[in-house]
Design a protein around this ligand. Structure first.
Ligand code: T5A
Length: 203
């Protein structure tokens, strides 16, 4: 029996990390073995790539896209694929659709082109279900306010995040069987209830 793979997506500060933790806990409460991973990161190489890609002063869009794809390939090879083979559920705080929305749509590289450079590294380890937390980027900025450090991509401001939000809506239109838009408005518990409903209804 293979495990089930669920990814959470959304603009910066939409609440993915919080909801990924709550989802993983809820699934454990239902008796599943669950691992919770984040992108970029989740392996020693991936964490090094995270420091480079989010810490650099500037980089070309294609360099950015290949770095995220490299970190993802390592995470799939070392963590996600073995977990799924062992029957473990995987909850991912970002996966391929982040690259499709940020690099493919917002950076203008093309969704199909960015999907193509990721295909070999991902192989068959695609999410069974993807939940995009839908929130106006301005509201997400308010949620992040007061957290201190801002990484390179967050620092590019709200116009980029608006393009990313439109990119996610495009991804949802392209993959309606896998990708579900869920409103991220309201309390943590409100959003968690919508996420659980999407998981129960979408798998
Ligand atoms: N990136 C990533 C790409 O461009 N391409 C890629 O392929 C990949 C994988 C990663 C950056 O890299 C880019 C996207 C990003 O710019 P990151 O730090 O991993 O950076 O991602 P962020 O989205 O920026 O992470 P954040 O931690 O800032 O946002 P989250 O995870 O969406 O939000 P979360 O859960 O940390 O919550 C943010 C704040 O809001 C509060 C939380 O307590 C927290 O303070 N909050 C709420 N407050 C009120 N009501 C709610 N319902 C709330 N939910 C959360």
């Amino acid at each position: 029996m293979t495990g089930t793979f669920i990814s959470l997506e959304g603009v910066d500060g939409s609440g993915k990390s919080t909801q990924a933790s709550m989802l993983a806990e809820a699934l454990r409460g239902r008796g599943h073995e669950v691992i919770h991973v984040r992108e970029p990161g989740g392996t020693p190489l991936g964490e090094d790539v995270r420091d480079i890609v989010l810490g650099a002063d500037a980089m070309s869009p294609w360099a950015e896209a290949f770095l995220f794809a490299a970190a993802r390939a390592q995470l799939v090879a070392d963590v996600i694929a073995p977990a799924l083979v062992a029957g473990t559920w995987v909850v991912a705080d970002r996966f391929l659709d982040s690259s499709l929305a940020y690099q493919g749509a917002a950076r203008g590289l093309g969704i199909a082109e960015v999907a193509s450079i990721n295909a070999h590294g991902i192989g068959g380890s695609m999410p069974d279900l993807t939940i995009i937390l839908d929130i106006p980027p301005g509201a997400a900025v308010d949620r992040r306010a007061g957290r201190g450090s801002v990484d390179r991509i967050e620092g590019e401001g709200e116009a980029l995040q608006e393009s990313v939000a439109e990119g996610y809506r495009e991804v949802a239109r392209m993959y309606p069987d896998r990708v579900h838009l869920v409103s991220a408005a309201g309390t943590l518990e409100d959003v968690h209830a919508r996420v659980m409903a999407a998981v129960v209804g979408g798998l």
